[in-house]
Each structure stands twice: as C-alpha cells, then as structure tokens.
Design a protein around this ligand. Structure first.
Ligand SMILES: NC(=O)c1ccc[n+]([C@@H]2O[C@H](COP(=O)([O-])OP(=O)(O)OC[C@H]3O[C@@H](n4cnc5c(N)ncnc54)[C@H](OP(=O)(O)O)[C@@H]3O)[C@@H](O)[C@H]2O)c1
Length: 255
C-alpha cells in the first residue's frame, strides 16, 4: 500500500474530527466509523482527501467485527486503526444500567474492535493500532465502571503489544492516555485544558513516532506519575476535610 490510510472508530467526537482533519491535511485517506454516519457526511465531504463514513454498532460485537472486516476489505487494508470510542457517566446511586452500558462500550466493544484490528494487521503483516484511553484507568474512582474499563483497555493493549512482539511482526500498539479534561473543565481550571487542535496534534505526533504509550497533553504525565504513587488515604480525596468541616468537628468535640 502506498497511499496512507486510516480507520477512525468513534469518529463523531470533537477530538476524532480534529484528528481526522489533521490526518486528511497530511494526505491520509480515511474511513470514519460512527454511531450516526449521517451526522458525519458533511464533515467527511469537507476534508481534502477521500473520507468514507460507515455505521458503528458497538453494542453488538459480531456487527463490529463484520463492519471492520468489510471496511478493511473495501479499503484494501489500512496503516492505522485509531479507536476513540468511550462512554462515561456518574451517578452516586450506582444504578446497574449505566454501569452495564459502560462495560458494553468500553470493554466488550473496545476488545471486539481491537481484537479484529489486530488480526487484520497480523494477516497484512504490519500496521498500527492506537486508542485514546484515559489516565482514569490508573486508579479506581467515583465513575466506578469507567475507571475499571480504562484499566482493562490499558492492560489489553499491553497484551496485544507483547503478542505482536511474540509474532515478530511490525505491528505498533499505541496507548494514548488522555488527561481528565472533563474534570478540569468542571473545576474551571483552565490551566489543565488544551485546545482540541493541540490535543489532536500531540496524538498524531505520538502515533507517527510509534510510541507504545503516551500522555496527552504532556503535563498529564506528572499527574499520572503522582496518581500511581499516592497511598489510598491521600489519593482518595473523600478523606480530605475542608477547614470549615475541621472547625465544625472541633466545636462538636468541645460540646
Ligand atoms: N473528554 C475527556 O475529557 C476525556 C478525558 C480522558 C479520556 N477520554 C477518553 O477519550 C476517548 C474519547 O473521548 P471523547 O471526549 O472524544 O468522548 P466523546 O465525545 O464522548 O466520544 C466518544 C465516542 O464514542 C462513541 N460512542 C459512545 N457510545 C457509543 C455506542 N454505543 N455506539 C457507538 N459509538 C459510541 C461516540 O459516538 P456518539 O457521538 O455517536 O455517541 C463518540 O464518537 C474515550 O475513550 C474517553 O474515555 C476523554
């Protein structure tokens, strides 16, 4: 294959679109997989290279596998498969349904996509599988299933990378650990926010460099390092008390 080709799975998000735009600007032809393909038609037509849109039914592993195989064969193979699907939600009552949905998309769907992509690369003899994961996978957290699903994704990628080495095949597995941007936004901490174009630039740079694992943006590497290091009683901020709480406790003890 001489023409660079990439398949983006979960192409509807803002970050995916930015990555697609920058790859297309570099001359990469694209296949964009999204839950609602219609919503991407206008965008795909605005890109400077050929970009086709396909439906993605991530809650049905057999459908995911068939779609990915069909897209692959229609392209005649691909250099890159980038997985950017993900579901997250928080409800302190921990109802089961959202947990199940997260596991379906982030664990079952994720592994169906990555397993299929890996086997296609194996048969092709080369390629790169990359995924946008999250540093949320480093520890447990209040979005219980989400944090656990991201740990699964990280572990799954390590396994695939080891398997590629065992097969002695030039298949690059790139784990892109994205910072908790939503959390930063919620805390209105602009220091931690990076424009999507910059995030996409760093993602593409890491993929081009064939990195095994990368933190995006770079500053999250420090947070990841600290997150792994902290003992649970420090990491778990629920143990922390505000000055007002401490004063109230002191006053209650005196009474
Ligand atoms: N945003 C953040 O702050 C942040 C931080 C750290 C890590 N991440 C990770 O980065 C990745 C992408 O995040 P994002 O912010 O770009 O997320 P997003 O905007 O929510 O996009 C996630 C993608 O997954 C797709 N998806 C979700 N459920 C689906 C389903 N049932 N069937 C098919 N597609 C489905 C979405 O499609 P639809 O649009 O059609 O639903 C969308 O394309 C995720 O793995 C996320 O965990 C994000």
């Amino acid at each position: 294959m001489t023409q660079a080709t990439a398949i983006i799975v979960g192409a509807s998000s803002l970050l995916s679109r930015e990555i697609a735009k920058q790859l297309a600007d570099d001359g990469v032809e694209l296949a964009l997989l999204a839950q609602d393909p219609q919503s991407l038609i206008e965008f795909s037509q605005s890109l400077p290279t050929k970009a086709e849109v396909f439906p993605l039914q991530i809650d049905d592993p057999q459908a995911v596998i068939s779609t990915l195989n069909a897209v692959w064969h229609s392209l005649g193979g691909a250099h890159l498969v980038l997985v950017n699907t993900g579901l997250n939600s928080y409800d302190p009552e921990l109802p089961w349904q959202p947990e199940q949905d997260i596991i379906t998309v982030n664990v079952q769907g994720f592994s169906a996509i990555c397993n299929t992509a890996f086997r296609l690369f194996r048969d092709q003899g080369y390629g790169q599988l990359a995924a946008i994961n999250s540093i949320a996978g480093l520890r447990g957290g209040p979005n219980v299933a989400y944090h656990a699903s991201k740990a699964f994704a990280e572990n799954y990628f390590e396994g695939l990378s080891m398997h590629a080495q065992r097969l002695k095949l030039p298949i690059t597995i790139t784990d892109i650990q994205l910072g908790l941007l939503d959390k930063a936004a919620l805390q209105q901490s602009r220091i931690w926010l990076s424009p999507p174009a910059e995030v996409a630039r760093q993602v593409i740079k890491a993929m081009q460099a064939g990195k095994r694992k990368v933190y995006v943006t770079k500053r999250w590497r420090l947070v990841a390092w600290l997150t792994k290091l902290l003992p649970e009683f420090v990491y778990n901020t629920r143990h922390w008390k505000t000055k007002a709480q401490k004063r109230a406790e002191k006053a209650a003890k005196k009474d």
